[in-house]
Design a protein around this ligand. Structure first.
Ligand code: N1C
Length: 265
């Protein structure tokens, strides 16, 4: 008798636990997968408002018209032209920072040393940095899930954006330009990267005077400035621009964070 009661109790406890688990799982999934069409716009506008002098509502409208209601694989870089025009920024000569495969290190650096400016530190890149977005034919919404990935199709909404924004950022480059590359890689420079294929070829003399490459690694053991891939940079670089390269550890870079806007390399 007591044993059958125990069994009953055991079954009830198990059933209740399973039901509770299903409810919790459902809630978590429901919350994370909830489509919130306004969320992306809110993030965009909130970020935009941290920059001075922009009409953020207007910026949003010019941005979304590039992809809303369209096939997310048929958005070209040129579709972002109106947004690029509306998000124009004052170029910071001698302070512009480009990068490839060093996203976290470079942003940690420019955050501590605002002397240097990456594309994501301007309104142009800042409003959507790290985000995914796309439209759908027959819809007026912005979607953040189910969008094509970076390599799924050439003219995907996100990739076309970074291609176009990088053109604008590189076209604004002037004076001394710096680019941070990853010394932990066998080939720190790739001509297929956005930096190699879009930005570097757009630096022109005499507007750009010098290109400083910072090859950053955790220890001194990775690739160094003699790396063969870096010679390609010199070949691509327009005549008249002086090239230099410096090996740096992340610790040395940290030291530069405390230096006033000036020469650390
Ligand atoms: O292909 P990459 O690097 O060489 O592109 C980096 C280069 C930088 O100098 C930026 O000016 O191109 C610009 N750029 C961005 O600003 C940017 N922000 C976020 C390019 N890509 C950017 N992203 C995302 O990082 C983008 O969605 C893509 O997936 C990566 C490219 O980084 P990479 O290959 O390290």
């Amino acid at each position: 008798m007591a044993r059958s009661l125990d069994r009953k109790r055991c079954i009830i406890v198990t059933v209740v636990t399973v039901v509770l688990l299903i409810i919790v799982l459902g809630l978590v999934l429901g919350l994370t997968l909830r489509r919130d069409p306004e969320q992306f716009e809110t993030t965009f506008i909130d970020r935009c408002e941290t920059f001075e002098g922009y009409d953020c509502k207007k910026l949003w409208t010019t941005f979304e018209q590039a992809y809303v209601g369209r096939d997310p694989c048929k958005v070209t870089p040129e579709d972002y032209d109106p947004f690029i025009a509306a998000a124009s920024f004052k170029p910071a000569c001698d302070r512009m920072m480009f990068w490839s495969k060093t996203k976290d290190v470079v942003h940690a650096f420019t955050e501590k040393n605002p002397c240097f400016v990456t594309l994501e530190d301007t309104v142009l890149g800042g409003v959507v940095d790290g985000l995914t977005w796309c439209g759908k034919e027959g819809s007026s919404e912005t979607f953040t899930i189910g969008c094509p990935g970076w390599t799924d199709c050439e003219n995907n909404t996100v990739r076309s954006f970074w291609n176009r924004a990088s053109v604008a950022f590189a076209d604004a480059a002037c004076g001394d330009v710096t680019a941070m590359l990853n010394g932990a890689l066998d080939t720190p420079f790739s001509s297929a990267s956005i930096f190699g294929s879009i930005e570097l070829p757009r630096f022109t003399s005499p507007k750009v005077k010098r290109l400083h490459i910072l090859l950053v690694s955790q220890t001194n053991s990775g690739a160094n400035c003699t790396n063969a891939s870096l010679q390609e940079i010199q070949k691509t670089l327009s005549a008249g621009i002086t090239y230099s390269c410096k090996d740096m550890t992340e610790a040395q870079l940290q030291q530069c964070s405390h230096k006033p806007c000036g020469n650390c390399w």
